[in-house]
Ligand binder design. Sequence first.
Ligand code: SF4
Ligand code: SF3
Length: 553
Amino acid sequence: MFCFQCQETAKNQGCTIKGVCGKPEEIANLQDLLIYTLKGIAVYGEKLKELGVVDKAIAKFVAEGLFTTITNANWDDASLTRMISEALARRDQLKEQFLKTYKEKNGSDFNGELPDAATWSGDESSYAEKAKSVGVLSTDNEDVRSLRELLTIGLKGVAAYADHAAILGYEDENFYGFMYEALASTTKDLSVDEMIGMVMKCGENAVNVMALLDKANTETYGHPEITEVNIGVGKNPGILISGHDLKDMEELLKQTEGTGVDVYTHGEMLPCHYYPAFKKYKHLVGNYGSSWWHQNKEFEAFNGPILLTTNCLVPLRKDNTYLDRLYTTNIVYYPGATHIADRPAGGSKDFSALIEQAKKCAPPTELEQGKIVGGFAHNQVLALADKVVDAVKSGAIKRFVVMAGCDGRSKAREYFTEVAEKLPKDTIILTAGCAKYRYNKLDLGDIGGIPRVLDAGQCNDSYSLAVIALKLKEVFALESINDLPLSFDIGWYEQKAVAVLLALLFLGVKGIRLGPTLPAFLSPTVAKVLVDNFDIKQITDADSDIAAMMQGK
Ligand code: SF4
Ligand code: SF3
């Protein structure tokens, strides 16, 4: 196996024996084969697109397939094997469609060359062997490999967001077309400039898809509002919901209403409390615990059923007591956990098994007491725009620091807590994603009633932070986002953060600090391109970075 897609990768080079995340070799290889087969689908998808046809159902499947391989989501080789078989069938279906359409349009048969990804076939027994030859290292040239992987990894993040939007009925055919073009491009010999162009286009698509997801979320559930979220527990048994899927949240809240079972959010589900459509449920009582990597302990203590709707699911310890309380859905799978089937067309998922089990469980064990404040997505912040602008003009707010992204278990991430604590009191932290758990329970005060930590929501709500920055740029009549008193100090872990990073680069943001490490999938040459063009830098220590940021560096 060889995997270097997340920040935790071994020695910041690559996991080769087993993932630091716990991913076994068989899963890593099957994920490689799935991606390879999706590239084969994309070869036909791209050709069909050129002929004016985009099959939305198959494109949605490809997006889901990409999402499946995201860090900490699918731990089940049986489900991956099924997915590869389905990918092969869908690929061949698209191939048929392409050959037919080609002939209709050109009057002759297609006789161009096709890459192996588009033609290989085999039954399940051959997957393990095939998988060994199609992974990241099958591209020899380090820089080509780096650019192809940067693109594929970024695309996984964008595909995850596209999948969330699609679940709410919002789809972007342009993104599907780009997804095909991008995946197919990794099977071709492109020039370095062409590959960099493709990476930038991925950033553009990340912006568009995050905007679409924002539209989907806010049109379906209302605009997030300033909200205090309880972090203690009540006396009823509860169901804990984690991941990023808002539709699952909606259906779970509806089905648990009046049952005597409370619902708690975990990790990236915290922002659900900010949405008007969810706030109205009295039995959505609070947020339990912290970011994903604390879950072994927190899921034990929760006592009731736990629903994982997307990443991050951490492998269970051998002595765990919650495998029989663990439920997965969507692209998340774990051997031994119950998988909740997808909703039938026009219907809902069936969460009754969780509800029945919850009724027999003890209420959650209290971990802490208090409140978290959030809900500062673009609509809410723009409603406070006058106040914010006045505070900047009067000098009460000297600088905004975007500290969005992911959390992770690396000790080096204490840096982010330290930065939050040590930033001068006249700065505002803008956050989104699970990175916030490094400082969202600290009392960092406020500036004239504006809290010093403004949480926009989930990682995809980084889009909100971009909207806010663009609005400030407009209000202050500046030419560039980079002229604002705004710094970026981003913690990254998985592939959605890469999508967000590419989105920021596409928007022209310069001088982003990234940590704890720069991605291992950036070869020295590709890293240099990013440094030269975007002044990207790795975090150093809190004091030095704060001093530099306060000088606009
Ligand atoms: Fe290693 Fe990260 Fe890949 Fe897991 S996802 S195998 S930790 S690089
Ligand atoms: Fe977190 Fe896994 Fe990235 Fe959505 S839940 S931000 S790490």
